[in-house]
Design a binder for this molecule. Structure first.
Ligand code: UD1
Ligand code: MG
Length: 466
């Protein structure tokens, strides 16, 4: 693998996306298309420093998104795929002693398996270039793979240059190739000086012409046909982008199913790449799992749960939960309608009920926050019981303060805890209290007006219309 590198073509504008962003930043399963492509390159043992992205349209946004280590070159004018690779000539000279992988930045389904099997084939054949092709149902718009009488590769003919007979060919160029480094550099030099570069009907400098040049030099040109036709799919507009999303969505759902995750219906379930789910976990409809979310075995997630970069323990049950950067312990039950905001760590066997919002807090094991409460910037011990409708007043309008609740404390319904404040271990607050001072261990705190009874007040006052 030594000395291999990759060039990713990403200068195109993607006019039909009608977006402010460059096309390759359009997302498939919450992941920009370019990230999928970079991951496929990395799967061939390439490091970030061995990858060069050709940028153009929306260069600033794209460069800001790319990981630090990745090289970029700018193509100031979109003069074709061959011209785009030419911009990376110096990078290839510096990095490549082995093979160069060329990928289209807008084809996110070109998967690691296809790319690495193609490399293996390319190396075994000792080829100058291996074109990754696919057999598609509808070849419209793609370059056709034309073969000679023996079935060997003869040429790639673009749609606009093709005869009717060639247009009927269903084997197409994916736009991904493995080139021998030296062979590519020679072909690029010829491409640059070649009138052919500007002679084609599009007036563009085609990378496919580099393949023709190598063939005319009697160098070995091979094709590697991908298992799935989806690898060639790109997205020129948001309808095609939705189609990519749907293919990727089902691929990932089925991948988890094969690994023993129970997903009885795929309705509205979106699982981003990178999410990990343990065996016998069950995912129910309307659930979105994204970011670095990890779900342990036997957890039950959904329906209607969204988790972004959350960690969920074994056997936890999350019904209609919206969680962001939160940790949920094993056996904990939540929802319906629970909101976990960043920095929340909920212990084991906790119960968090409906309309509870928790932010930047630690909730001890076996605690209960069952209904209609806001817990913010709080450290709560184990086995605490928070009654209905409690709130931590954590913000003065200027500063935020923490609340501490000791183990086994009992917070009565409708208690307001005005931070900074501490409720001791096993202490109680009376319902309706506003707690502004620390409560010692084992104490009861009452922070409310004493009740007054005015006998026969209604009869005397008659506070109603006769
Ligand atoms: C290309 C191939 C075609 C193949 C198809 C697969 C050529 C001539 N044709 O056609 O055989 O079937 O891909 O999708 O190569 N780009 C640049 N700079 C440019 C032009 C393009 O960076 O000047 C980038 C685009 O952003 C895109 C990629 O190269 O990511 C492919 O370009 P595109 O214009 O889509 O090529 P196709 O016409 O699809
Ligand atoms: Mg294209």
């Amino acid at each position: 693998m030594k000395g291999n590198c990759a060039v990713i073509l990403a200068a195109g504008e993607g006019t039909r996306m009608k977006s402010k962003k460059p096309k390759v930043l359009a997302e498939v399963l919450y992941t920009p298309m370019i990230d999928w492509v970079i991951d496929s390159a990395k799967a061939c043992a390439l490091e970030e420093k061995d990858i060069c992205v050709v940028t153009g349209h929306g260069k600033e946004l794209l460069c800001a998104h790319l990981p630090q280590g990745i090289a970029t070159v700018e193509q100031t004018q979109r003069l074709g795929t061959g011209h785009a690779v030419l911009q990376a000539k110096e990078f290839i000279q510096k990095h490549g002693s082995g093979n160069v992988l060329v990928l289209n930045g807008d084809a996110p389904l070109m998967d690691e398996e296809t790319v690495s099997c193609a490399l293996e084939y390319h190396t075994r054949c000792n080829a100058a270039v291996t074109v990754i092709s696919a057999a598609v149902e509808d070849p419209t718009g793609y370059g056709r793979i034309v073969r000679d009488a023996r079935g060997d590769f003869a040429a790639i003919v673009e749609e606009r240059d093709a005869t009717d007979e060639q247009r009927a060919i269903c084997e197409v160029n994916s736009g991904a190739y493995w080139f021998d480094c030296q062979a590519l550099l020679v072909a690029l030099d010829r491409l640059q000086s070649n009138a052919a570069c500007r002679r084609n009907s599009a007036g563009e400098c085609y990378l496919t012409d580099a393949v023709s040049i190598l063939r005319s030099m009697r160098q070995k040109v091979m094709t590697f046909t991908a298992q799935s036709a989806d690898v060639v799919r790109g997205a020129n507009d948001r309808i095609q982008l939705a189609a990519l999303n749907e293919i990727a969505r089902m691929r990932i759902i089925n991948h988890h199913r094969k690994n023993g995750v129970s997903i009885p219906f795929a309705d509205g379930i979106v699982i981003a790449p990178g999410v990990q789910i343990g065996r016998d976990a069950e995912i129910l409809r309307g659930t979105t799992l994204k970011g670095s979310t990890v779900i342990a075995e036997d957890a039950l997630i959904g329906p209607d749960t969204t988790l972004d970069s959350c960690t969920v323990g074994e056997g936890a049950v999350l019904l209609s939960v919206y969680g962001e950067n939160a940790t949920i312990g094993a056996g904990t039950r939540m929802g319906p309608f629970t909101h976990l905001r960043p920095g929340t760590v909920v212990g084991k066997d906790v119960r968090v009920g409906n309309f509870v919002e928790i932010k930047n807090s630690n909730i001890g094991d076996e605690a209960k926050v069952s209904h209609l409460s806001y817990i913010g910037d709080t450290d709560m011990g184990p086995q605490v019981n928070v009654g209905c409708g409690c709130a931590t007043a954590n913000f003065t309008g200027k500063e935020k303060f923490r609340t501490t609740i000791g183990e086994h404390a009992f917070i009565g319904c409708d208690t307001t805890l005005v931070a900074p404040v501490t409720v001791g271990d096993r202490a109680y607050t009376a319902s309706g209290s506003v707690i502004t001072e620390d409560v010692p261990d084992d104490a009861l705190a009452l922070g409310r007006a004493r009740q007054v009874i005015k006998r026969d007040w209604v009869k005397i006052k008659k506070p109603y219309r006769e």
